[in-house]
Write a protein that binds this ligand. Structure first.
Ligand code: PEP
Length: 256
């Protein structure tokens, strides 16, 4: 059975001291939950400080982005080699990067390759816009994002996919558990077509988009959903902890 994962994407929030305070508030509660992979993804500047605090705990660390070159004259960018020293996971292709920083499939593809090369574990985000959803084009859009992001990559390593419908991110308008489950089922079938059934069965696919302590159980009880990528609610220790507790309990029910 795939191990469920809850990853908190803090986005461009928290100063270093706020990040330290937040992770200190979460540390003990998160560490007490054993059957879920718990990942926090603070801003780059806080990675080292957060790493220190979670040392010796079961909490894992991720970055929110990376550049695909290893080093050189790329002012302001952060390379895979720099991150490999600091953290285990990296979010790639988040819709905010696709939208505000014009990262299309070819860039996302280079970033996934660069992460895998240094054994960082990518959390690859895909998801459709509202107009695409309303036009019934979700599967077509998501299939194309998968195809372009993974083109020419033979081995996915420990890659996780996050299905994040753009209309649900930060809007308070989450998808239904059923919609997310069906679309994630489609994503799994697409991975079977691109790779093999066993790769598809082994890969974790998360849902993301306005997950909170009030709706987490609805998602975590779905058989295809392997966890969540959480934005806003991951900035509140109590909410994040509650989401992870609900995930752990849902996993207990699913496997019994
Ligand atoms: C996200 O940023 O990936 C996200 C899902 O945000 P939110 O939970 O705030 O919708």
């Amino acid at each position: 059975m795939r191990i469920l994962m809850i990853a908190g994407n803090w986005k461009m929030n928290t100063t270093v001291s706020e990040a330290v305070k937040l992770v200190n508030e979460m540390r003990q509660g998160l560490d007490e939950i054993a059957n879920v992979d718990k990942v926090v993804c603070p801003p780059f500047v806080s990675l080292a400080a957060v790493k220190e605090i979670i040392k010796g705990s079961s909490i894992k660390l991720g970055a929110q982005n990376l550049y695909f070159e290893e080093k050189g004259a790329y002012t302001g960018e952060i390379s895979p080699l720099m991150l490999a020293d600091l953290c285990e996971y990296v979010i790639i292709g988040h819709s905010e990067r696709r939208q505000y920083f014009h990262e299309a499939g070819d860039i996302v593809n280079k970033k996934v390759r660069a992460a895998l090369k240094v054994e960082l574990k990518p959390i690859l985000c895909v998801g459709e816009r509202l107009e695409e959803n309303e036009a019934g084009r979700t599967e077509e859009v998501v299939a194309e994002q998968l195809r372009s992001s993974l083109a020419g990559i033979d081995s996915l390593g420990d890659l996780t996919i996050a299905y994040e419908p753009i209309w649900a991110i930060g809007t308070g308008r989450a998808a239904t558990g059923r919609w997310a489950d069906e679309t994630i089922g489609f994503i799994r079938r697409s991975i079977t077509k691109l790779y093999t059934e066993s790769v598809a069965q082994g890969i974790r696919i998360l849902y993301g988009g306005s997950v909170t302590a009030d709706n987490a159980t609805e998602f975590m009880e779905q058989p295809e959903i392997d966890g969540a990528l959480v934005g806003g609610a991951s900035l509140k220790a109590e909410q994040f902890l509650s989401i992870i507790k609900q995930t752990s309990e849902a996993r207990g029910r699913l496997s019994s």
